[in-house]
Ligand binder design. Sequence first.
Ligand code: GLY
Length: 454
Amino acid sequence: MKVLVYGSGGRDHCLADKYGDSQHVDKVYFAPGNPGVLYTPKGRPDRQLIERVQLKDFGQLAAFCIEKGVDLVDVGSENPLSEGLVDVLNDQGIRTVGPKQAFCRIESDRAFTDDLLRRAGVPKPEYQVFDDPEKAKDYIKRIGYQVVVKANGLAAGKGAIVCDDVPDALAAVDRIMVDKVFGTSGDRVVIEERKYGTELSFYVYLDGTQVLPLRMLAQDYKPAFDPEDTVSIEQFGGNLNTGGTGCYCPHKLLSPWLVNRIIKEIVNPTVNEIYNKLGWAYKGVLYFGLNLDPYDRLDVFEINVRHGDPEWEVLARKLSTDLFEIGIAVWEGTLDGVKQVWNKQHYVDVIAMEGRSKASRGWNKGYPARYGKGHKIVGLDRIERGIAVYFAGVDEDPEKGLVTYGGRVLHLVAGDATLEGARQKAYRNIAKLAFIDHNNNDTNCIRYRRTIGV
Ligand code: GLY
Protein backbone atom coordinates (compact mmCIF):
# COMPACT_ATOMS: atom_id res chain seq x y z
CA MET A 1 0.00 0.00 0.00
CA LYS A 2 1.06 3.58 -0.60
CA VAL A 3 0.19 6.39 1.80
CA LEU A 4 0.65 10.13 1.43
CA VAL A 5 0.88 12.25 4.58
CA TYR A 6 0.24 15.93 4.01
CA GLY A 7 1.99 18.34 6.38
CA SER A 8 5.41 19.57 7.35
CA GLY A 9 5.62 19.68 11.14
CA GLY A 10 6.65 17.27 13.87
CA ARG A 11 3.21 15.66 14.08
CA ASP A 12 3.20 15.12 10.33
CA HIS A 13 6.71 13.65 10.32
CA CYS A 14 5.54 11.31 13.09
CA LEU A 15 2.44 10.37 11.09
CA ALA A 16 4.63 9.48 8.10
CA ASP A 17 6.89 7.45 10.38
CA LYS A 18 3.95 5.63 11.94
CA TYR A 19 2.44 4.73 8.57
CA GLY A 20 5.92 3.49 7.66
CA ASP A 21 5.68 1.02 10.55
CA SER A 22 2.52 -0.53 9.07
CA GLN A 23 2.80 -4.10 7.85
CA HIS A 24 0.62 -3.08 4.88
CA VAL A 25 2.62 -0.06 3.73
CA ASP A 26 5.71 -0.11 1.54
CA LYS A 27 5.81 3.56 0.53
CA VAL A 28 5.01 6.80 2.36
CA TYR A 29 5.05 10.09 0.50
CA PHE A 30 5.47 13.13 2.74
CA ALA A 31 4.21 16.36 1.14
CA PRO A 32 5.32 19.11 1.29
CA GLY A 33 7.26 17.52 4.15
CA ASN A 34 10.44 18.84 5.66
CA PRO A 35 14.09 18.01 4.99
CA GLY A 36 14.45 16.52 8.47
CA VAL A 37 13.06 13.14 7.40
CA LEU A 38 16.39 12.43 5.73
CA TYR A 39 18.27 13.12 8.96
CA THR A 40 16.21 10.98 11.34
CA PRO A 41 18.93 9.40 13.44
CA LYS A 42 19.98 5.82 13.44
CA GLY A 43 17.85 5.01 16.48
CA ARG A 44 14.85 4.24 14.27
CA PRO A 45 14.95 1.66 11.55
CA ASP A 46 16.02 3.33 8.34
CA ARG A 47 13.07 5.29 7.02
CA GLN A 48 14.02 5.01 3.36
CA LEU A 49 10.42 4.14 2.58
CA ILE A 50 9.51 7.77 3.37
CA GLU A 51 9.98 10.02 0.36
CA ARG A 52 9.55 13.77 0.47
CA VAL A 53 7.40 15.28 -2.29
CA GLN A 54 7.60 19.05 -2.48
CA LEU A 55 4.05 19.67 -3.66
CA LYS A 56 1.58 22.10 -2.09
CA ASP A 57 -0.93 22.76 -4.82
CA PHE A 58 -4.03 20.65 -4.13
CA GLY A 59 -4.73 19.89 -7.80
CA GLN A 60 -1.13 18.78 -8.35
CA LEU A 61 -1.30 16.63 -5.24
CA ALA A 62 -4.43 14.89 -6.51
CA ALA A 63 -2.74 14.27 -9.87
CA PHE A 64 0.34 12.92 -8.08
CA CYS A 65 -1.79 10.53 -5.98
CA ILE A 66 -3.52 9.21 -9.10
CA GLU A 67 -0.25 8.82 -10.99
CA LYS A 68 1.46 6.94 -8.14
CA GLY A 69 -1.59 4.92 -7.11
CA VAL A 70 -1.69 6.29 -3.56
CA ASP A 71 -4.12 4.21 -1.49
CA LEU A 72 -4.73 6.64 1.37
CA VAL A 73 -3.97 10.28 2.18
CA ASP A 74 -3.79 11.48 5.78
CA VAL A 75 -3.94 15.26 6.16
CA GLY A 76 -2.10 16.17 9.34
CA SER A 77 -2.80 19.81 10.04
CA GLU A 78 -5.72 22.22 10.29
CA ASN A 79 -4.79 24.68 7.55
CA PRO A 80 -4.94 22.34 4.53
CA LEU A 81 -8.02 20.69 6.05
CA SER A 82 -9.74 24.06 6.41
CA GLU A 83 -8.69 25.00 2.89
CA GLY A 84 -10.49 21.93 1.53
CA LEU A 85 -7.72 19.48 0.63
CA VAL A 86 -9.88 16.49 1.56
CA ASP A 87 -12.72 17.70 -0.68
CA VAL A 88 -10.35 18.12 -3.64
CA LEU A 89 -8.91 14.62 -3.15
CA ASN A 90 -12.30 12.96 -2.62
CA ASP A 91 -13.62 14.58 -5.80
CA GLN A 92 -10.88 12.68 -7.64
CA GLY A 93 -11.81 9.42 -5.92
CA ILE A 94 -8.82 9.44 -3.56
CA ARG A 95 -9.34 7.93 -0.11
CA THR A 96 -8.55 10.20 2.83
CA VAL A 97 -8.33 10.51 6.60
CA GLY A 98 -9.50 13.95 7.71
CA PRO A 99 -12.69 16.01 7.71
CA LYS A 100 -14.16 17.86 4.77
CA GLN A 101 -13.72 21.63 4.65
CA ALA A 102 -17.17 22.45 6.04
CA PHE A 103 -16.61 20.28 9.12
CA CYS A 104 -13.34 22.04 10.00
CA ARG A 105 -15.41 24.82 11.48
CA ILE A 106 -15.14 22.83 14.69
CA GLU A 107 -11.58 24.11 14.94
CA SER A 108 -11.60 27.27 12.86
CA ASP A 109 -14.56 28.90 14.63
CA ARG A 110 -14.24 28.62 18.39
CA ALA A 111 -17.50 30.43 19.06
CA PHE A 112 -19.37 27.94 16.86
CA THR A 113 -17.91 25.01 18.78
CA ASP A 114 -18.45 26.61 22.18
CA ASP A 115 -22.13 27.01 21.29
CA LEU A 116 -22.26 23.42 20.02
CA LEU A 117 -20.85 22.20 23.34
CA ARG A 118 -23.27 24.36 25.30
CA ARG A 119 -26.21 22.93 23.33
CA ALA A 120 -24.92 19.42 23.91
CA GLY A 121 -24.60 20.02 27.66
CA VAL A 122 -20.84 19.38 27.58
CA PRO A 123 -19.02 21.08 30.46
CA LYS A 124 -16.81 23.98 29.46
CA PRO A 125 -15.56 27.16 31.14
CA GLU A 126 -17.82 30.25 31.18
CA TYR A 127 -17.34 32.25 27.99
CA GLN A 128 -18.61 35.21 25.96
CA VAL A 129 -17.96 36.07 22.31
CA PHE A 130 -17.14 39.60 21.09
CA ASP A 131 -16.69 41.30 17.71
CA ASP A 132 -15.96 44.67 19.30
CA PRO A 133 -12.79 45.17 21.37
CA GLU A 134 -14.36 47.82 23.60
CA LYS A 135 -17.26 45.53 24.52
CA ALA A 136 -14.80 42.71 25.21
CA LYS A 137 -12.85 45.00 27.53
CA ASP A 138 -15.97 46.18 29.35
CA TYR A 139 -16.88 42.56 29.99
CA ILE A 140 -13.38 41.73 31.30
CA LYS A 141 -13.48 44.70 33.69
CA ARG A 142 -16.94 43.80 34.91
CA ILE A 143 -16.31 40.13 35.68
CA GLY A 144 -12.94 40.74 37.34
CA TYR A 145 -11.86 37.09 37.44
CA GLN A 146 -8.95 35.69 35.45
CA VAL A 147 -9.61 34.90 31.81
CA VAL A 148 -8.10 33.42 28.68
CA VAL A 149 -8.48 35.63 25.62
CA LYS A 150 -8.80 33.50 22.48
CA ALA A 151 -8.70 34.49 18.84
CA ASN A 152 -11.77 32.90 17.27
CA GLY A 153 -10.02 31.58 14.16
CA LEU A 154 -6.96 29.45 13.43
CA ALA A 155 -3.71 30.64 14.94
CA ALA A 156 -1.31 27.69 14.73
CA GLY A 157 -2.17 26.61 18.26
CA LYS A 158 -1.01 29.94 19.70
CA GLY A 159 -4.26 31.89 19.68
CA ALA A 160 -5.08 31.58 23.40
CA ILE A 161 -3.54 34.19 25.71
CA VAL A 162 -3.69 33.12 29.35
CA CYS A 163 -4.02 36.22 31.54
CA ASP A 164 -3.12 36.79 35.19
CA ASP A 165 -5.12 39.96 35.70
CA VAL A 166 -7.34 42.59 34.08
CA PRO A 167 -4.47 44.66 32.56
CA ASP A 168 -3.05 41.48 30.94
CA ALA A 169 -6.46 40.64 29.51
CA LEU A 170 -7.06 44.15 28.16
CA ALA A 171 -3.65 44.05 26.49
CA ALA A 172 -4.48 40.63 25.04
CA VAL A 173 -7.68 42.00 23.47
CA ASP A 174 -5.64 44.77 21.87
CA ARG A 175 -3.04 42.37 20.55
CA ILE A 176 -5.62 40.10 18.99
CA MET A 177 -8.32 42.54 17.85
CA VAL A 178 -6.45 45.79 17.26
CA ASP A 179 -2.84 44.81 16.46
CA LYS A 180 -4.16 41.73 14.62
CA VAL A 181 -1.24 39.51 15.55
CA PHE A 182 -3.24 36.53 14.26
CA GLY A 183 -4.68 38.42 11.27
CA THR A 184 -8.39 38.06 10.59
CA SER A 185 -8.55 35.11 13.00
CA GLY A 186 -8.70 37.85 15.61
CA ASP A 187 -11.71 39.72 14.20
CA ARG A 188 -13.72 37.95 16.88
CA VAL A 189 -12.56 36.86 20.36
CA VAL A 190 -13.81 34.41 22.93
CA ILE A 191 -13.25 35.52 26.53
CA GLU A 192 -13.15 32.38 28.62
CA GLU A 193 -12.86 31.84 32.37
CA ARG A 194 -9.31 30.72 33.25
CA LYS A 195 -9.23 27.23 34.72
CA TYR A 196 -6.68 25.62 36.98
CA GLY A 197 -5.95 21.94 37.28
CA THR A 198 -4.44 19.28 35.07
CA GLU A 199 -4.58 19.27 31.30
CA LEU A 200 -5.62 16.05 29.62
CA SER A 201 -5.45 15.35 25.90
CA PHE A 202 -7.90 12.83 24.49
CA TYR A 203 -8.49 11.58 20.93
CA VAL A 204 -11.29 9.90 19.07
CA TYR A 205 -11.51 8.64 15.49
CA LEU A 206 -14.78 9.08 13.60
CA ASP A 207 -15.80 7.15 10.48
CA GLY A 208 -19.00 8.99 9.54
CA THR A 209 -21.31 6.97 11.79
CA GLN A 210 -19.23 5.40 14.56
CA VAL A 211 -16.65 6.57 17.04
CA LEU A 212 -13.45 4.95 18.30
CA PRO A 213 -12.22 6.71 21.45
CA LEU A 214 -8.54 6.05 22.11
CA ARG A 215 -8.29 4.74 25.66
CA MET A 216 -5.15 6.75 26.40
CA LEU A 217 -4.42 10.17 27.86
CA ALA A 218 -1.43 12.44 27.31
CA GLN A 219 -0.40 15.65 29.02
CA ASP A 220 0.67 18.65 26.98
CA TYR A 221 2.87 21.47 28.35
CA LYS A 222 1.78 24.68 26.66
CA PRO A 223 3.75 27.36 28.55
CA ALA A 224 7.05 28.13 26.86
CA PHE A 225 8.96 28.23 30.14
CA ASP A 226 9.28 26.17 33.29
CA PRO A 227 7.45 27.48 36.37
CA GLU A 228 10.71 28.58 38.02
CA ASP A 229 11.85 30.59 34.99
CA THR A 230 11.46 34.29 35.59
CA VAL A 231 10.23 35.76 32.36
CA SER A 232 7.47 38.24 31.83
CA ILE A 233 4.75 38.36 29.23
CA GLU A 234 6.00 41.75 27.98
CA GLN A 235 9.52 40.41 27.51
CA PHE A 236 8.23 37.69 25.21
CA GLY A 237 5.80 39.60 23.06
CA GLY A 238 2.59 39.10 24.97
CA ASN A 239 2.10 35.35 24.88
CA LEU A 240 4.00 32.72 26.77
CA ASN A 241 1.55 30.03 25.76
CA THR A 242 3.13 28.34 22.76
CA GLY A 243 0.71 25.50 22.09
CA GLY A 244 3.12 22.79 23.19
CA THR A 245 6.71 22.51 24.39
CA GLY A 246 6.63 18.87 25.33
CA CYS A 247 4.37 16.14 26.64
CA TYR A 248 4.23 12.64 28.03
CA CYS A 249 1.97 9.61 28.08
CA PRO A 250 0.34 7.76 29.67
CA HIS A 251 -0.95 10.65 31.76
CA LYS A 252 -0.40 10.10 35.49
CA LEU A 253 -4.17 10.26 35.99
CA LEU A 254 -4.97 7.64 33.33
CA SER A 255 -7.52 5.14 34.63
CA PRO A 256 -10.29 3.15 32.94
CA TRP A 257 -12.94 5.04 34.89
CA LEU A 258 -11.59 8.48 33.92
CA VAL A 259 -11.58 7.42 30.26
CA ASN A 260 -15.14 6.12 30.57
CA ARG A 261 -16.17 9.36 32.24
CA ILE A 262 -14.65 11.44 29.41
CA ILE A 263 -16.45 9.31 26.82
CA LYS A 264 -19.76 9.61 28.66
CA GLU A 265 -19.67 13.29 29.70
CA ILE A 266 -17.83 14.78 26.75
CA VAL A 267 -17.29 12.59 23.70
CA ASN A 268 -20.73 11.03 23.28
CA PRO A 269 -22.79 14.24 23.54
CA THR A 270 -20.36 16.07 21.24
CA VAL A 271 -20.33 13.32 18.62
CA ASN A 272 -24.12 13.02 18.85
CA GLU A 273 -24.37 16.73 18.08
CA ILE A 274 -22.02 16.35 15.08
CA TYR A 275 -23.56 13.20 13.58
CA ASN A 276 -27.22 13.59 14.46
CA LYS A 277 -27.97 17.30 15.02
CA LEU A 278 -25.65 18.80 12.41
CA GLY A 279 -25.96 15.73 10.19
CA TRP A 280 -22.23 15.74 9.45
CA ALA A 281 -20.66 12.44 8.33
CA TYR A 282 -17.36 13.47 9.87
CA LYS A 283 -14.40 11.19 9.05
CA GLY A 284 -11.09 11.76 10.77
CA VAL A 285 -9.73 12.49 14.19
CA LEU A 286 -11.10 14.79 16.87
CA TYR A 287 -8.77 16.05 19.57
CA PHE A 288 -10.23 17.10 22.92
CA GLY A 289 -8.13 19.44 25.08
CA LEU A 290 -9.54 18.95 28.60
CA ASN A 291 -9.01 20.26 32.10
CA LEU A 292 -9.63 18.38 35.33
CA ASP A 293 -9.85 20.86 38.18
CA PRO A 294 -9.08 20.25 41.88
CA TYR A 295 -12.83 19.85 42.53
CA ASP A 296 -13.03 16.98 40.02
CA ARG A 297 -14.81 19.02 37.36
CA LEU A 298 -13.95 18.21 33.76
CA ASP A 299 -14.05 20.99 31.16
CA VAL A 300 -13.37 21.16 27.45
CA PHE A 301 -10.81 23.82 26.51
CA GLU A 302 -10.73 23.15 22.81
CA ILE A 303 -11.59 20.67 20.10
CA ASN A 304 -9.38 20.27 17.07
CA VAL A 305 -9.95 18.49 13.79
CA ARG A 306 -6.52 16.82 13.68
CA HIS A 307 -4.06 15.08 15.96
CA GLY A 308 -2.70 17.25 18.76
CA ASP A 309 0.89 18.32 18.51
CA PRO A 310 3.03 17.25 20.48
CA GLU A 311 0.62 14.67 21.96
CA TRP A 312 0.50 12.62 18.78
CA GLU A 313 4.28 12.14 18.89
CA VAL A 314 4.02 10.20 22.18
CA LEU A 315 0.69 8.47 21.49
CA ALA A 316 1.96 7.20 18.16
CA ARG A 317 4.92 5.55 19.88
CA LYS A 318 2.65 3.96 22.47
CA LEU A 319 0.01 2.75 20.02
CA SER A 320 0.72 -0.76 18.74
CA THR A 321 -2.33 -0.95 16.46
CA ASP A 322 -1.40 -0.61 12.79
CA LEU A 323 -2.18 3.00 11.79
CA PHE A 324 -3.04 2.02 8.22
CA GLU A 325 -5.77 -0.29 9.57
CA ILE A 326 -7.21 2.64 11.56
CA GLY A 327 -6.96 5.00 8.60
CA ILE A 328 -8.69 2.67 6.19
CA ALA A 329 -11.41 1.94 8.78
CA VAL A 330 -12.02 5.69 9.13
CA TRP A 331 -12.51 5.91 5.38
CA GLU A 332 -14.61 2.75 5.01
CA GLY A 333 -16.79 3.23 8.09
CA THR A 334 -15.54 0.12 9.84
CA LEU A 335 -14.07 1.47 13.07
CA ASP A 336 -16.07 -1.11 15.03
CA GLY A 337 -13.61 -3.71 13.71
CA VAL A 338 -10.49 -1.97 15.05
CA LYS A 339 -8.85 -3.38 18.15
CA GLN A 340 -6.70 -0.88 19.95
CA VAL A 341 -3.49 -2.18 21.47
CA TRP A 342 -1.07 -0.13 23.57
CA ASN A 343 2.44 -1.17 24.51
CA LYS A 344 3.60 -0.98 28.12
CA GLN A 345 6.13 1.84 27.73
CA HIS A 346 6.03 5.42 29.00
CA TYR A 347 7.00 8.15 26.52
CA VAL A 348 8.34 11.67 26.96
CA ASP A 349 8.61 14.24 24.17
CA VAL A 350 10.87 17.23 24.81
CA ILE A 351 10.74 19.95 22.18
CA ALA A 352 13.99 21.69 21.32
CA MET A 353 13.35 25.37 20.65
CA GLU A 354 15.40 28.25 19.31
CA GLY A 355 16.75 30.08 22.36
CA ARG A 356 18.62 33.34 22.71
CA SER A 357 20.91 34.05 19.78
CA LYS A 358 22.88 36.89 18.29
CA ALA A 359 21.02 38.99 15.75
CA SER A 360 22.65 41.22 13.14
CA ARG A 361 21.91 44.05 15.54
CA GLY A 362 21.47 43.09 19.19
CA TRP A 363 19.93 39.80 20.31
CA ASN A 364 17.04 37.52 19.47
CA LYS A 365 15.28 36.62 22.70
CA GLY A 366 14.31 33.26 21.27
CA TYR A 367 11.00 31.47 20.87
CA PRO A 368 8.20 32.45 21.53
CA ALA A 369 9.59 35.96 20.87
CA ARG A 370 11.80 36.73 17.87
CA TYR A 371 14.23 33.92 17.15
CA GLY A 372 17.17 33.31 14.83
CA LYS A 373 17.30 30.86 11.96
CA GLY A 374 19.89 28.92 10.02
CA HIS A 375 21.71 27.50 13.05
CA LYS A 376 23.40 24.19 12.28
CA ILE A 377 21.84 21.25 14.13
CA VAL A 378 24.58 18.99 15.47
CA GLY A 379 24.66 15.85 17.60
CA LEU A 380 21.97 13.79 15.86
CA ASP A 381 24.51 11.04 15.20
CA ARG A 382 25.05 10.66 18.97
CA ILE A 383 21.41 9.96 19.83
CA GLU A 384 20.90 6.52 21.41
CA ARG A 385 19.10 3.74 19.60
CA GLY A 386 15.35 3.63 20.14
CA ILE A 387 14.96 7.39 20.48
CA ALA A 388 12.77 9.04 17.84
CA VAL A 389 13.48 12.52 16.52
CA TYR A 390 10.68 14.26 14.64
CA PHE A 391 11.46 17.50 12.89
CA ALA A 392 9.35 20.65 12.77
CA GLY A 393 11.07 24.01 12.09
CA VAL A 394 14.05 22.88 10.02
CA ASP A 395 15.59 23.63 6.66
CA GLU A 396 18.51 22.32 4.64
CA ASP A 397 21.53 24.48 3.90
CA PRO A 398 23.87 23.48 1.05
CA GLU A 399 26.91 23.96 3.28
CA LYS A 400 25.71 23.38 6.84
CA GLY A 401 23.26 20.55 6.24
CA LEU A 402 20.24 20.53 8.53
CA VAL A 403 19.62 23.94 10.13
CA THR A 404 16.98 25.54 12.32
CA TYR A 405 14.16 27.41 10.62
CA GLY A 406 11.27 27.73 13.11
CA GLY A 407 10.85 28.42 16.82
CA ARG A 408 10.01 24.84 17.70
CA VAL A 409 12.71 22.92 15.90
CA LEU A 410 12.43 19.24 16.76
CA HIS A 411 10.85 16.68 19.08
CA LEU A 412 12.97 14.12 20.86
CA VAL A 413 10.80 11.22 22.03
CA ALA A 414 12.14 8.63 24.46
CA GLY A 415 10.39 5.55 25.82
CA ASP A 416 11.10 3.46 28.88
CA ALA A 417 9.43 1.08 31.33
CA THR A 418 8.87 4.00 33.74
CA LEU A 419 8.05 7.65 33.29
CA GLU A 420 11.18 8.64 35.19
CA GLY A 421 13.27 6.36 32.97
CA ALA A 422 11.77 7.93 29.85
CA ARG A 423 12.43 11.41 31.23
CA GLN A 424 16.05 10.62 31.99
CA LYS A 425 16.58 9.14 28.54
CA ALA A 426 14.96 12.12 26.84
CA TYR A 427 17.02 14.67 28.76
CA ARG A 428 20.27 12.67 28.48
CA ASN A 429 19.85 12.61 24.71
CA ILE A 430 18.62 16.11 24.07
CA ALA A 431 21.71 17.33 25.93
CA LYS A 432 23.75 15.87 23.05
CA LEU A 433 22.15 18.23 20.54
CA ALA A 434 23.24 21.78 19.78
CA PHE A 435 22.05 24.58 17.52
CA ILE A 436 25.23 26.40 16.58
CA ASP A 437 24.98 30.20 16.64
CA HIS A 438 27.56 31.14 14.03
CA ASN A 439 27.24 34.86 14.87
CA ASN A 440 28.26 34.27 18.47
CA ASN A 441 31.43 32.16 18.58
CA ASP A 442 29.49 29.03 17.70
CA THR A 443 27.70 28.94 21.04
CA ASN A 444 24.75 26.62 21.45
CA CYS A 445 21.39 28.41 21.28
CA ILE A 446 19.13 25.39 21.88
CA ARG A 447 16.54 25.78 24.65
CA TYR A 448 14.06 23.33 26.10
CA ARG A 449 11.91 22.99 29.18
CA ARG A 450 13.40 20.90 31.98
CA THR A 451 10.21 19.78 33.66
CA ILE A 452 8.35 17.75 31.04
CA GLY A 453 6.79 14.76 32.81
CA VAL A 454 7.72 15.92 36.33
N1 GLY B 1 -1.29 20.45 21.73
C1 GLY B 1 -2.46 21.16 21.44
C2 GLY B 1 -2.80 21.25 20.02
O1 GLY B 1 -2.29 20.53 19.19
O2 GLY B 1 -3.61 22.09 19.65
